[in-house]
Design a protein around this ligand. Structure first.
Ligand SMILES: [Zn+2]
Length: 340
């Protein structure tokens, strides 16, 4: 089967977005009435999924998408921790309704109710609720809840350890995923996302996080940001910083997806990064939605690029299915329960 490890509910029904607008308006002006939770029917959800993510999943031949709330709308920098708690809860509940309607096509990953300057401890309850009550298999972790100003401590800091302890206990990985940018220097998906991917990798290289948490796992999306292209730089920095080799030091715990939107980029990813560390992903419907005039195909139709590699059956299995089942053990359990 083909598992797409990176999909977002970017097409959530309008009442969900409307609630968010009202929630933020109320935060800015408490004299406005308190917004009520959006009322969304199953049919509205079906419409939004069947004409978008499910249609594309079928057209492109994937079987299952690891599905999370729209990343750019997490916007942890807006409102306060209470606003973020409520918004995250609603976003995650909506994902649970999608996975409930389409259990064979989607499985959930949650948004965490992070907020700048607020302890990550406040996100643990929501992670636990999503995993143990909603059947989710991981979370998206925002290394920069400030939205482009990088006010949080690096990911290797003990500030983050309570979340990591819970992730290890629940046996769930996190995808490193920033949200919108409120810093005009950083376009959200063009700069902020790729910066964050690259930054997270360098932080892991600098620290000794995986000595403390040997079973902690992260997916760095968007093909690992700039890391594969600059692999020699990172190997050299590991050497200069007197760290073990990247294979020993980082790559037992860190995985990259295939959200790279052209063939030469995918070729490089597979040439540089061990096959055990690559998970198929498309991030559709997401950051780049158009058709590449050079190929006539959608930029984010990433399966085409992987297919063009002519991988062995064994390697294809790893990229499309095996690695995802290993990185997300709860996915493996869920598939086994479906006799897959
Ligand atoms: Zn994403």
């Amino acid at each position: 089967m083909i598992i797409d490890c990176h999909g977002h509910y970017t097409t959530a029904p309008e009442p969900h977005q409307e609630f968010r607008r009202q929630q933020l308006a109320h935060f800015d002006d408490p004299s406005l009435s308190t917004p009520r939770a959006a009322r969304i029917s199953d049919d509205q959800i079906r419409d939004s999924i069947e004409t978008n993510q499910l249609r594309l999943q079928r057209e492109r031949g994937a079987d299952l998408t690891i599905f999370s709330p729209r990343a750019s709308a997490m916007a942890h920098h807006l409102g306060d921790s209470k606003v973020s708690q409520q918004w995250s809860g609603y976003c995650n509940d909506l994902i649970a309704r999608v996975t409930g309607l389409y259990p064979e096509n989607f499985i959930g990953v949650c948004q965490l109710p992070q907020s700048p300057g607020v302890s990550i401890i406040d996100s643990i309850t929501e992670l636990e609720r999503c995993v143990t009550e909603l059947g989710f298999i991981g979370c998206n972790l925002n290394p920069d809840p400030s939205g482009g100003h990088w006010t949080a401590r690096p990911l290797i800091d003990h500030d983050w350890y309570p979340l990591y302890e819970k992730m290890v206990e629940l046996d769930v990985p996190a995808m490193i995923h920033v949200s919108g940018s409120c810093n005009a220097n950083f376009h959200a998906t063009g700069a902020h996302y790729i910066n964050a991917d690259t930054t997270a990798f360098m932080q892991f290289l600098q620290g000794d996080l995986f000595k403390d948490f040997p079973s902690l796992r992260f997916i760095i999306p968007h093909g690992g940001g700039a890391v594969p292209y600059h692999w020699g730089r990172y190997r050299g920095l590991a050497d200069m910083l007197q760290q073990p080799s990247l294979a020993e030091h980082v790559m037992k715990n860190v995985f990259f997806d295939t959200c790279v939107y052209h063939q030469p980029g995918i070729n490089l990813l597979f040439e540089v990064i061990d096959i055990e560390n690559i998970l198929f992903g498309s991030e559709m419907v997401g950051a780049v939605r158009g058709i590449d005039p050079e190929t006539g195909h959608y930029f984010d139709d990433t399966r085409r690029y992987v297919e063009a590699l002519n991988l062995s059956d064994e390697d294809r299995y790893k990229v499309y299915e095996g690695n995802a089942r290993r990185v997300y053990p709860r996915l493996d359990l869920a598939l086994r329960a479906q006799d897959q």
